[in-house]
Design a binder for this molecule. Sequence first.
Ligand SMILES: [Zn+2]
Length: 184
Amino acid sequence: MCELSFSLNFAAFGSLFPHTILVKQLSFRMLFFFRMPTDLDFMQFALDEARAAAAAGEVPIGALLVCENKIIAQSGNRTIRDNDPTAHAEIVALREGSRLLSNYRLSGATMYVTLEPCAMCAGAMIQARIAKLVYGADDPRGGAVRSCFEVLSHPRLNHRVEVASGILAEESSALLQSFFAARR
Ligand SMILES: [Zn+2]
């Protein structure tokens, strides 16, 4: 069941990148044939999305939405391509996940993202009632989990999101640093 869902997920993505996705799909199935994927495994996929965003000229941030160990949606930042200030990787993934599950609530879902979410994305995660957030690097310039604001644990809100951070943080911030260094 889990394997089938991954195949479908990658098959959909594969129409865009048929060669790389075939390799990805096979390696993913082989890798997780004998064990369950971990937070670190899923963060590697989020980092792949961030790299793909960089290649498209976008700020390299990637996100992945996972439900019952299945990847429901994945995206990099799309703000420039879509002329959409709200098209952060997390928002795109939330929209896609909600559409696929035909539900605006994503209770039980886990969001993986390479950088600490901003206030908009943290707010959207509250609206979607996601259960857990796993992110890579802290964002001292706008992070809304703990760096600048504490949206996900605010006492006035009645939904709490479990948070794990620091996973592949160095890789995530190195990607951002090299992206901005190249543009200077
Ligand atoms: Zn955001």
